[in-house]
Design a protein around this ligand. Structure first.
Ligand code: ATP
Ligand code: LTN
Length: 335
C-alpha cells in the first residue's frame, strides 16, 4: 500500500502586498515542498482583522493573495488553497482551545508585545488570541510540518504546548506539529534597518520590496539599502547585517550559494553589488507579476479554486473538530 504523505500546513495574512521576505521565508519554500506533502495553504483573513483593516481592501487583498500564491507556483489541483473564514471550524476550535490556554502565556508572546506597542490604541482580545487561532489552524489539519519564517517560531511552539495539554487531559487527539525553517532566508531584514525583519506592514515602504513593485522601484530600493562603512562584500550577519541580508537575497534569487555570491563580488564596490541584487530580483519577479495579472483578470477561475479549496479543507477540519467536541463533552444530536 502506498504510504500516506505527511501533512504540511501554512498560511499568510492578507494584510498588505507580499514582500520578498514573505516570498523567500515562506512561499518559495511551500512551492518546493508541495509535491512531497499533503499541503494546506490558507489566506489568514481572520488573523488579519486583529489589526484594523479597511474592509474593501481586505476583500480585494484576500483574492489578490490567493492569485499571487498560484502565480508563485502553488498548484491548487494538488494543494488545498483556501480562505480561512470560509471554514468555520477554525473559529470553533479556537474557542475550545482558548480554554486550554493561559492568559499569562499569551501576554508574554513576542508578537503580541510588539503589536501592542505598534497599535496601542487597539489592543483587542483578538490580537492576544492570535496564537490560539493559529494553533487551531494547524491542529485542525493534523499537520506534521509548518513551514514559516523565524518570526513564527514561538507561535508554533505554543501550538505544540496547547496540543500536548489537550492530549494529556483527554487522549491523543492532535498530531504534534513541527516548524520548518530555511537555512538561508528564514529572516530577511528591512533594507533600511537590517536589525528588523522586513515586514509587509512596515511604516516605511522603502525598506520592504513588494512582489508587485516595478523594476525601477525595485532597483531604487536596493540602491538605497543600508550597508556599512566597510567595502567588502562578505557574509557576516553579526558585523555586516545589511550586506549579509543583501547576500542572502541575492543567493536565493540567483540560485547561487552564499560563497559563490561572495566570489562574484570580490573586489567590487557596494554600488555595483546593490545594483546586481536589484536586477536579479527584478528579473525573477517579472514573469511572476505577469502571471499574477493574468490570474487576477480571471475571477471565475479564482473563485472556483477557492470554493473547492474550502470544501476540501472543511472535510478534514470537521473530522478533527468532531473528535474534539466529543472529547470535551459537547452534546450531539442523533441524526
Ligand atoms: P505583517 O507585517 O502584516 O505582520 P508579515 O510580513 O510578518 O506581516 P505574515 O503574513 O505575518 O507576514 O507572514 C507570512 C509568512 O512570511 C510567515 O511564514 C512568516 O514567517 C514569513 N515572513 C514574514 N516576514 C519574513 C521575513 N522578513 N523573512 C522571512 N520570512 C518572513
Ligand atoms: N501568523 C502567521 C500566519 C498564519 C499561519 C497559520 C502560519 C496564520 N495561521 C498557521 C502557519 C500556520 C504569520 O505568518 N504571521
Amino acid at each position: 500500500m502506498e504510504e500516506r504523505k505527511k501533512v504540511l500546513y501554512s498560511a499568510v495574512q492578507p494584510t498588505n502586498d507580499l514582500t520578498i521576505g514573505n516570498y523567500i521565508g515562506a512561499i518559495q519554500n511551500w512551492v518546493k515542498l508541495q509535491n512531497d506533502y499533503d499541503c494546506y495553504f490558507a489566506v489568514a483573513n481572520m488573523h488579519a482583522i486583529t489589526v484594523r483593516q479597511n474592509p474593501a481592501e481586505l476583500r480585494r487583498r484576500t483574492a489578490d493573495m490567493a492569485a499571487l500564491l498560484i502565480a508563485c507556483g502553488i498548484n491548487p489541483e494538488n494543494s488545498v488553497l483556501y480562505v480561512q473564514s470560509h471554514v468555520p471550524a477554525h473559529a470553533e476550535l479556537c474557542w475550545t482551545l482558548n480554554t486550554f490556554t493561559y492568559v499569562g502565556e499569551m501576554e508574554r508572546m513576542t508578537q503580541f508585545k510588539d503589536k501592542s506597542k505598534k497599535h496601542a490604541d487597539n489592543i483587542n482580545m483578538g490580537l492576544m488570541d492570535y496564537p490560539v487561532l493559529m494553533a487551531a489552524d494547524i491542529l485542525l489539519y493534523q499537520a506534521d510540518y509548518v513551514p514559516v519564517g523565524l518570526d513564527q517560531r514561538q507561535h508554533v511552539e505554543i501550538a505544540r504546548d496547547i496540543a500536548q495539554r489537550f492530549n494529556n487531559v483527554y487522549s491523543p487527539t492532535f498530531k504534534m506539529p513541527e516548524a520548518l525553517f530555511l537555512k538561508v532566508g528564514a529572516k530577511i531584514c528591512d533594507l533600511l534597518d537590517p536589525t528588523k525583519k522586513m515586514s509587509k506592514s512596515a511604516e516605511n515602504p522603502n525598506g520592504s520590496v513588494f512582489l508587485n513593485d516595478d523594476r525601477d522601484t525595485i532597483i531604487r530600493k536596493f540602491k538605497r539599502a543600508v550597508t556599512d562603512s566597510g567595502s567588502e562584500v562578505r557574509y557576516d550577519p553579526e558585523n555586516k547585517a545589511g550586506v549579509s541580508n543583501l547576500l542572502s537575497i541575492y543567493s536565493v534569487f540567483s540560485g547561487k550559494s552564499i560563497e559563490k555570491a561572495e566570489a562574484d563580488f570580490a573586489g567590487k564596490g557596494y554600488g555595483e553589488f546593490k545594483l546586481a541584487v536589484g536586477e536579479v530580483v527584478a528579473d525573477k519577479l517579472a514573469p511572476l507579476q505577469a502571471e499574477w495579472q493574468r490570474l487576477l483578470a480571471d475571477k471565475a477561475y479564482l473563485d472556483g479554486v477557492l470554493k473547492s479549496g474550502a470544501e476540501r479543507a472543511e472535510r478534514t477540519a470537521n473530522r478533527t473538530l468532531a473528535k474534539v467536541y466529543k472529547k470535551v463533552g459537547f452534546y450531539s444530536l442523533k441524526d
